[in-house]
Design a protein around this ligand. Structure first.
Ligand SMILES: *Cc1c(COP(=O)(O)O)cnc(C)c1O
Length: 383
C-alpha cells in the first residue's frame, strides 16, 4: 500500500482492550458492520448517534439507580424534559403541569407545545389526587409533577396522583432532579416517566450537561427511542464518561449535602431576619409528612423566605457572600445562592410570600465556614 493509504488505514484495527476499572471512552460516528445484510438490520447498532460503549454503560448504571427497564439520555436536563414531552404528546392533547415546575419546562409548554397544538393547564402543587383529577379532561394525556417544587419546595402526593392518573389512562412524568434518583424512586411509586437533570447531582461538579428519562413502560420506552431518531439528539462519550464518574460518588456525596444543608437550614431558621425555611426534611415544613413517607433523604437545596424587607436588602445580602457563589444550577460540590422573586411572577397561581425568597444550595464545605459567610450577608442586609 502507498504511504497515503497506510497513513489513513494503519493503527485503526480494533484490538481487544485491556480491562480497566472504567469503560472506554469510545468515540465514533460510523459503525463498521460485518456484512451487507447487517447494514439494514434494525436489531444491530448501525450508527454512533444512539451512543456507543460509554453512554451504554451510563444507561445501565442509571437504570439500576432508577429501578427502570429503560433509560434514554439527552444533551441536557431540559432536553430530557422536552424530549419526553415531544415523544409522548400529540396535537390535540392536553397536559397538566404543576405550577411549581422548573421554569424552562413552562416556557417549552407555553411556546413550543402550544405551537404544535398541545394545551397546558397549570395546577396548584397543593392539590391532592382527587382535586387534580377533577381538572383532567378526556384530552388529558400527561400530568407533569415535581416534588419538591422548584424554588418553593412544595411536596406532592406522588403515589396517590400516579395511581389516580393510571386508573384514568393518563401518564405521569416527574422531574426528579432534587432527589437525584437516589432519595426517591418514582417508578416504584407508579410514575410513568422519571426525568433527571444529571447536570446537577449525578455530575456533581458543575462542569457537564446531560439529562435522563427512565421508564419501565415498554410502549413509552419505544416512543422515547423513536423520538431520538425523529429529532436527532445525541450525547458525547466524554460527557457520558464524566457523568459515570460523578455517579460513582453520588451515594457518598448526597448524605453530606443533606447533613450540611440541614445544619445550615436549621441555623437559618433561628435567624431573626428569616421568616420561614422551605425544606421538606424540616419537621415543621408543610410537606414533611409526605417527604418522610416517600423519600429516604434530602439534598442540599432549599429556600428561605426573609422577613419583609426591601429587595435591595436581599441583594446586599447576596453581594456580601464570599463562599456562596451567585448562580443558577446546583448539585455541584460547592455552595450557591440566588434570589428567586423575578422568577415567581411567571406562576399562574400567585405566590404571595411575606418577604424576598432566596434559594441556597449547600455544598460540601465546612458548615462553620458557610455560617460565617451567611453572617456577613446578614450584616450587609441589616446595614
Ligand atoms: C437544572 C434543572 C433542570 C435542567 O437541567 P439542565 O441540564 O440545566 O438543562 C431541570 N429540572 C430542574 C428541577 C433543574 O433544577
Amino acid at each position: 500500500m502507498d504511504e497515503e493509504t497506510r497513513l489513513i488505514r494503519k493503527g485503526a484495527t480494533n484490538h481487544t482492550l485491556a480491562k480497566t476499572v472504567n469503560p472506554p471512552i469510545q468515540r465514533g460516528s460510523t459503525v463498521l458492520l460485518p456484512n451487507a445484510a447487517s447494514l439494514y438490520d434494525d436489531d444491530q447498532l448501525t450508527y454512533g448517534i444512539t451512543g456507543l460503549a460509554t453512554p451504554h454503560a451510563l444507561q445501565q448504571a442509571l437504570a439500576d439507580l432508577e429501578g427502570a427497564e429503560d433509560v434514554t439520555l439527552y444533551p441536557s436536563g431540559l432536553a430530557a424534559i422536552t424530549g419526553a414531552l415531544l415523544a409522548v404528546l400529540k396535537a390535540g392533547d392536553e397536559v397538566l403541569v404543576v405550577d411549581s415546575a422548573y421554569k424552562p419546562t413552562r416556557r417549552f409548554c407555553d411556546r413550543l407545545l402550544a405551537r404544535f397544538g398541545v394545551s397546558t393547564t397549570y395546577y396548584d402543587p397543593a392539590l391532592d389526587a382527587d382535586a387534580l383529577m377533577a381538572l383532567a379532561t378526556p384530552r388529558t394525556r400527561l400530568i407533569v409533577l415535581e416534588a419538591p417544587g422548584s424554588l418553593t419546595f412544595e411536596m406532592q402526593d406522588i403515589p396517590a396522583i400516579a395511581q389516580a392518573a393510571t386508573a384514568r389512562g393518563i401518564m405521569t412524568l416527574i422531574d426528579n432532579t432534587w432527589a437525584a434518583g437516589f432519595y426517591f424512586k418514582p417508578l416504584a411509586h407508579g410514575v410513568t416517566l422519571s426525568v433527571q437533570a444529571l447536570t446537577k447531582y449525578v455530575g456533581g461538579h458543575s462542569d457537564c450537561f446531560m439529562g435522563s428519562v427512565a421508564t419501565s413502560d415498554k410502549a413509552v420506552a419505544a416512543l422515547l427511542g423513536e423520538a431520538m431518531w425523529d429529532i436527532g439528539w445525541s450525547v458525547s462519550p466524554d460527557d457520558a464518561y464524566t457523568m459515570l464518574r460523578g455517579l460513582r460518588t453520588l451515594a457518598t456525596r448526597l448524605p453530606r449535602h443533606q447533613e450540611n444543608g440541614l445544619a445550615v437550614a436549621r441555623w437559618l431558621q433561628a435567624r431573626p431576619e428569616v421568616s420561614r425555611v422551605l425544606h421538606p426534611a424540616l419537621p415543621d415544613d408543610p410537606g414533611h409528612a409526605i417527604w418522610k413517607r416517600d423519600f429516604t433523604g434530602a439534598c442540599g437545596l432549599f429556600g428561605v423566605v426573609l422577613k419583609p424587607c426591601a429587595q435591595s436588602a436581599a441583594k446586599a445580602f447576596l453581594d456580601r457572600l464570599e463562599l456562596f457563589g451567585l448562580g443558577f444550577s446546583w448539585g455541584g460540590y460547592e455552595s450557591l445562592a440566588l434570589h428567586c422573586d423575578p422568577q415567581l411572577k411567571f406562576r399562574t397561581i400567585p405566590v404571595n410570600l411575606e418577604g424576598p425568597l432566596l434559594r441556597f444550595h449547600v455544598g460540601l464545605e465546612s458548615v462553620e465556614d458557610l455560617k460565617a459567610d451567611l453572617e456577613r450577608g446578614f450584616a450587609a442586609l441589616n446595614a
